[in-house]
Design a protein around this ligand. Structure first.
Ligand SMILES: [Zn+2]
Length: 1032
């Protein structure tokens, strides 16, 4: 039938054609009947076909003609309106067409005439609804008085004509998408009317029959609230109070979800915006960078104009993790991808790195083992006779003693050597694989023992730990009960002697000494005395005088794997209602600043009931704490030094708590738009009392955790950007395990620079120097005056025979770096594990040492780590964007790391693998980013030259092996694309400039795994603390 009709008219569909040419009532009715039948059974395609053939125009014209008659014929109009409503929904230009054909006026007139005639009015409203789908047409309807008409229909509240009311509210909501209509609504006082209607419907619709009407009324308010004047009118009309109170009894009712979600959006939108409660946006710490112009005076935060700050944001309480489209960022210039730039410095400068690569350039002869040994281990004799614990006497300088060496006898490889090397490498790979597969390695404890086993429990004893089994020594309990520890006194002063103007530090020093004597120190590869000695050499911008207890005392993994926190629906909503309650029920609001880096010390009234905060220690970050309610605190973290951004990392001490009481903490100036805190991640907590009881453990803590955009804004004047900066709140609730404890809370398990320096010394002493070659060098000094260590690990030559010596010298290098981003402390924990593994007696580690030389820079940004930065160096720069042309003075660690790589490259010893360890805040698991020209061009669908590009596919081997063997690793998140925005990262520069095809960034989740054997079961982790056995 359709075909028949189509055949009738080459240009226009027959019924449409006929409609336009019919003037008698009977034919029009017949045609409308046919059209109605056709379109009611057909698919959208049929309607679209009709639209393409001018159907909309024909129907609209018929409407105008019929409506303009002296006495409109409703027998024609009603079916016509039904058709219009149906067709209009599918025609994107319907509103425009209606406007052009003057169908708006006639419909409005008809509607006005039929205010008391339900059936006719309803049909008019259906048409108006499709007309108003276009904002322009909606605005025109508004000018012509449509809103007044609709308000006549929907007010006052009645349940008599609900179909009409529903249609009218829908038209109104559509009209209010136009700003001019919203403005008109504000001027005519409709905000108050809408709120009144909301209350009436809410009060009367107790059976929740009219949820759709109620929701649409709220959508009207939401559209109006996109305007600043709308928000003001809403606030003036007590909108916050009204919506807050009417919604309180709906929160648990799933059927009211459509209403509550719009209410939450309106409340968030209308919550008055304000600047952060900070004196300046810039960091509380400033560092004078040598040679740079002093920074401008800090911008003072002021009240500002928040005009039309329309966040059409949907409630983030959903499971979808965002995936960014990065295709625009791909590097498609083949020259940039494949050309190798020249040196960025004079070639002769490279010779300084020779001293850091003794093992490559040492000249030694067959049969002279003792000389060889002493050349390779310049301080061996000294440390072998030394007292292990007298570290303060062991000058740090010993560790960067750079011995003189004979000039290198051998540079580069000849052809035979290369092939020997290749064969050797293949053999190593096979051998490693077979060993790991046989399960002889400690690399993969989970594959042998299941996910419950903690890898660190197998860690070898280093001789310092007393009991690493985790068993409690009975008299510790007693000693803790006997001693009435003033827990705040255990504040770990760093400098006892020079601190003479106060009696307290000396007293605390004694307390610490006593604690160290009386309590076991069962942490493997850690020693508090050494830590204290090292800490005194660590230089911070704020000149920290204290150490955080967890760093000093050490950390042991929890006795069993912790599950990821189960996400509960609706937590964010509850928190937002609690935030709104501050505004409308302020009776319990305290708003007292209890800690601040910016204000005179001490602010804290130790006698009061509030918590006490502290953050002036290495890696500490808390700028301000405000007690909002009795058990709720707003926290502000400090921007990176010399910067006004990157607030994310936090690490602070809190004391003065009551046990088992729910304290809510809100970190209110976070910057990242989303976080794993919305997907099961918890902050970490360390309790001093627990540590003294023999459980020195950072554990994942906190519940009711969520991360959402808040009402704080930073003006464009401060950000220098085009738009205002938004902030995000991380909120969590903690039940502390003990009364009057001192607890430390952190974004992630902290790992300080001092911890690294301590660890390296302990590690060095733990190895058998006859088997393991372990050397510490100083790569360079940082801007802040700290040494950046470089570690070399390989096996000592098997003997001093010519073959063994040759094999020793020809081992290929692997370069591993970490912690360029200070907030990514997980990178340091991964590095710690890697170093311990590399020196261990594990057969795989032995094999690795025998076949490779590992050059490790475990902390590329010591200053950032020390000063509690999240992202940057002391210059306020992201060091992983400085690899293209680093400066020796401004980015020394990057300059010299690159120099070392240049040096290796210049002597033909470019590393086989380069890997930079990072932490990832948005994704789970562990994965690699690598570099591939072909994959990048393919992804960018850039056909240019892919066929001519020759590429070694070896970059995929390592990730593939890891995917098979490493439980936490996932190939799915790996990427080998070269992005323009990453052109100055370590990965891309080492790949391009040093020609290292296996150049990677390794990302480890801050949170956990959602695949493989470490995949977590969902159970509330705080149960750990709540269980009776755990709480004293
Ligand atoms: Zn990073």
């Amino acid at each position: 039938m359709l075909m028949l009709l189509q055949n009738g008219s080459p240009k226009r569909w027959l019924p449409v054609f006929s409609l336009q040419n019919s003037s008698d009532r009977e034919s029009i009715l017949n045609i409308l009947q046919v059209l109605g039948d056709l379109l009611s059974v057909g698919t959208d395609r049929r309607i679209r076909y009709m639209i393409s053939k001018g159907g909309s125009e024909a129907l609209l014209q018929t409407l105008v003609d019929t409506a303009r008659a002296a006495s409109p014929d409703y027998d024609v109009l009603l079916p016509l309106f039904r058709l219009l409503a149906k067709v209009g929904l599918r025609d994107k230009k319907f509103g425009q067409k209606a406007l052009e054909l003057e169908a708006l006026d006639v419909t409005l007139i008809l509607a006005r005439k039929n205010l008391s005639h339900s059936q006719n009015l309803l049909h008019c409203l259906w048409a108006l609804r499709v007309f108003s789908s276009s904002v322009t047409t909606g605005a025109m309807l508004g000018i012509n008085g449509a809103m007044e008409l609709l308000f006549k229909v929907i007010t006052p509240y009645t349940q008599k004509r609900t179909r009409i009311i529903r249609a009218a509210t829908e038209v109104l909501a559509a009209l209010l998408k136009s700003k001019s209509n919203s403005r008109r609504a504000v001027n005519r006082g409709y905000v108050t009317s809408l709120l009144r209607l909301h209350q009436d419907w809410h009060g009367h619709d107790t059976a929740n029959t009219y949820v759709l009407i109620r929701r649409t009324l709220l959508l009207c308010l939401k559209h109006i609230a996109n305007l600043r004047s709308g928000r003001e009118a809403f606030l003036a009309a007590q909108g916050m109070e009204i919506l807050f109170s009417t919604t309180q009894n709906c929160l648990d009712d799933g059927s009211l979800e459509p209403i509550v979600s719009v209410v939450v959006q309106i409340l968030r939108q209308c919550y008055p915006k304000s600047p952060l409660p900070l004196v300046t946006a810039t960091s509380a710490y400033a560092f004078p960078v040598p040679g740079s112009i002093p920074s401008e005076p800090p911008c003072v935060l002021t009240e500002e104009d928040f005009e039309d700050d329309a966040d059409e944001e949907v409630d983030k309480d959903s499971d979808s993790e965002e995936v960014k489209d990065q295709d625009d960022d791909l590097e498609t210039d083949v020259n940039k991808l494949s050309s190798k730039p020249g040196l960025d410095r004079p070639e002769e400068e490279l010779m300084q790195y020779e001293a850091m690569c003794l093992e490559l350039s040492c000249s030694f002869e067959e049969g002279n083992a003792d000389i060889l040994f002493s050349i390779l281990n310049p301080k061996e004799l000294k440390s072998q006779s030394g007292d292990d614990l007298k570290f303060e006497e062991t000058q740090y300088a010993n560790h960067h003693h750079i011995p003189t060496v004979a000039s290198p006898k051998w540079h580069g490889l000849n052809k035979d050597q290369s092939s020997w090397k290749q064969g050797r490498e293949d053999m190593v790979q096979t051998s490693l694989l077979s060993k790991v597969k046989m399960g002889r390695s400690t690399m993969h404890p989970a594959s042998r023992k299941g996910p419950g086993m903690n890898p660190c429990q197998n860690m070898q004893s280093n001789g310092f730990g007393i009991d690493s089994s985790g068993k409690e020594i009975p008299d510790i309990q007693d000693s803790l009960k006997q001693d009435v520890w003033d827990i705040d006194v255990i504040s770990c002063p760093m400098i006892s002697a020079s601190f003479s103007n106060s009696a307290r530090p000396r007293e605390t020093d004694e307390v610490i000494d006593k604690l160290l004597q009386t309590h076991p120190k069962p942490v493997p590869f850690h020693d508090p005395c050494l830590y204290m000695a090292k800490a005194r050499r660590t230089r911070s911008v704020a000149d920290f005088k204290t150490m955080a207890f967890p760093d000093l005392w050490g950390h042991r993994p929890p006795p069993s794997a912790q599950s990821m926190l189960e996400r509960k629906c609706g937590v964010q909503r509850i928190k937002i209602f609690e935030d709104v309650r501050r505004l409308i029920q302020p009776t319990d609001i305290i708003n007292k600043v209890v800690f601040s880096l910016d204000e005179p010390w001490p602010l804290q009234d130790t006698a009061s009931d509030c918590l006490r905060f502290y953050s002036k220690f290495e890696s500490g970050n808390l700028r301000k704490a405000i007690q909002v309610r009795e058990l709720e605190y707003d926290l502000l973290v400090n921007a990176d030094v010399n910067s006004s951004q990157h607030q994310q990392w936090f690490y602070f001490k809190v004391s003065g708590m009551r046990a088992a009481v729910p304290y809510r903490f809100n970190v209110i100036n976070c910057e990242k738009p989303n976080s794993q805190f919305n997907y099961g991640m918890q902050p970490t907590l360390y309790s001093v009392k627990e540590a003294l009881l023999g459980r020195p453990t950072w554990i994942r803590m906190g519940y009711e955790i969520c991360y959402y955009k808040n009402h704080y804004r930073q003006s464009t004047a401060v950000t220098g950007g085009a738009s205002q900066k938004h902030f995000y709140t991380l909120t969590f609730v903690v039940n502390f395990p003990h009364n009057e404890d001192a607890c430390y809370l952190a974004y992630h398990y902290p790992y300080t620079y001092t911890a690294l320096m301590t660890h390296l010394d302990i590690l060095e002493k733990s190895v058998n120097p006859k088997q393991v070659y372990f050397r510490q060098d100083v790569l360079c000094q940082t801007l802040g005056g700290n040494s950046c260590p470089l570690v070399t690990i390989t096996a000592m030559p098997e003997s001093d025979s010519a073959d063994h010596l040759e094999q020793f010298r020809q081992r290929p290098c692997q370069v591993i770096t970490a912690r360029v981003h200070p907030g990514e402390s997980n990178a340091s924990w991964v590095m710690k594990g890697a170093l311990e593994f590399l020196v261990s007696s594990d057969p795989v580690a032995t094999l690795l040492r025998e076949n490779f030389i590992f050059k490790v820079i475990p902390m590329l940004n010591p200053d950032g780590v020390i000063n509690g930065n999240h992202r940057c160096s002391l210059k306020g720069e992201d060091l992983n964007r400085q690899w293209l042309s680093p400066s020796a003075h401004l980015q020394p660690t990057i300059y010299h790391a690159k120099g070392l790589l240049y040096y290796l490259s210049s002597i033909g010893r470019s590393p086989r693998v380069f890997c930079d360890f990072h932490g990832h805040s948005q994704k789970k698991n562990v994965f690699l980013y690598g570099c591939s020209i072909k994959e990048t061009l393919w992804q960018a669908e850039s056909a240019t030259g892919t066929s001519t590009v020759l590429e070694d596919v070896g970059y995929r081997t390592l990730p593939k092996i890891l995917d098979k063997l490493a439980p936490a690793f996932t190939m799915n998140s790996c990427s080998f694309l070269v992005e323009k925005s990453r052109a100055s990262t370590a990965r891309v520069v080492v790949w391009r400039e040093m020609g290292v095809s296996r150049s990677y960034t390794m990302e480890s989740s801050y949170c956990g795994c959602n695949q493989g054997p470490y995949q977590v079961c969902e159970a509330p982790a705080y149960a750990y603390f709540l269980s009776s056995s755990y709480v004293l």
